[in-house]
Write a protein that binds this ligand. Structure first.
Ligand code: FES
Length: 295
């Protein structure tokens, strides 16, 4: 299939992995160096506050604006000069949107590894190239110089944006980046089911049990028992292999999203969707759980 050849050609590029291997720690380190404020900015850029990745919302701005500018440029080329200023304004709006897309995309990208990281890096590089072409086009338009070249550069930028958008779509639909990995199954228990003997659960230890097909993370902390889905909403990492914090939260071992055990909410991204939370009760020495109703 043509799509697989294209994606396979990207994931075979070792240099992408090398650049990614250096850039990712730099991005993560930059946020870390900002302390609490850095974490809050990172969470904002991921879209934790929105319960949804922020990046795809913002990408609509440059794609929409540059689609409009392409249409207006074509109208201008067909002799309708009145659309000139509209095309220029659409390019400027697209450039503002591209800046927002770049920073949110880079933040999300820092939560990826392996092939996802390579495809994401190529996606970003194509978008940077397209933005450079649109920036040049915009300045040529403002200087009222060589309008034909300005329009040609914008058209080239539009084609590259389309290619980058294709890779962005593949990251979501093919690689499932930005998808809530806790929602792939609708089989969360709605009635209490026994999952684990209470006597086997030690204070400050994580245990994983099955409620039907759902893996449940069970933790006893400060005498209270908590249960949330074990599969990380970000990219499906096993929370039971992560780090249990003293403040009733757990850190995913894969990309270090942090979730509250009390309500499953995201304390720190890259995850944007919360973990499903379970109500817990004790019955005949067994820990029983059922999916908690959303507040
Ligand atoms: S899988 Fe990425 S943070 Fe959990």
């Amino acid at each position: 299939m043509a799509e697989n050849k294209f994606i396979n050609a990207i994931t075979a590029q070792e240099w992408l992995g090398e650049i990614g291997g250096k850039l990712r720690p730099a991005v993560i380190g930059a946020f870390k160096s900002g302390g609490k404020a850095g974490t809050e900015i990172k969470n904002f850029l991921h879209g934790t506050w929105l319960g949804h990745p922020l990046h795809p919302l913002i990408t609509d701005v440059p794609i929409g604006s540059w689609t409009a500018s392409a249409v207006l440029d074509v109208l201008e080329l067909s002799g309708q000069k009145k659309y000139k200023s509209g095309a220029d304004a659409a390019i400027a709006i697209g450039l503002l949107g591209a800046a927002g897309s770049a920073i949110t995309g880079l933040t999300d990208w820092s939560g990826t590894t392996k092939n996802k990281q390579k495809i994401g890096l190529m996606h970003g590089m194509l978008n940077l190239g397209a933005t450079a072409l649109y920036t040049t086009s915009y300045f040529l338009r403002k200087k009222k110089k060589d309008r034909a070249t300005a329009i040609a550069l914008a058209m080239l930028g539009y084609g590259i944006t389309g290619l980058a958008a294709y890779l962005g779509g593949h990251l979501v639909y093919g690689e499932q980046v930005g998808v809530d990995h806790t929602q792939v199954s609708a089989e969360y228990p709605e009635d209490f089911v026994a999952v684990f003997p209470e006597k086997n659960l030690k204070e400050n230890q994580m245990a994983v049990a099955k409620a039907g097909k759902i893996a449940v993370l069970i933790v006893k902390q400060k005498g209270e028992i908590f249960a949330i889905a074990n599969t990380c909403s970000h990219l499906g990492g096993p929370l039971c292999d992560g780090e249990l914090k003293e403040d009733c939260s757990v850190v995913c071992p894969w990309h270090h999203s942090q979730f509250s055990l009390k309500d499953g909410s995201v304390v720190s991204g890259p995850a944007t969707e919360p973990q499903p939370k379970f109500d817990v009760r004790l019955m005949n020495g067994q820990i029983e759980v059922k999916l908690a109703k959303q507040a």
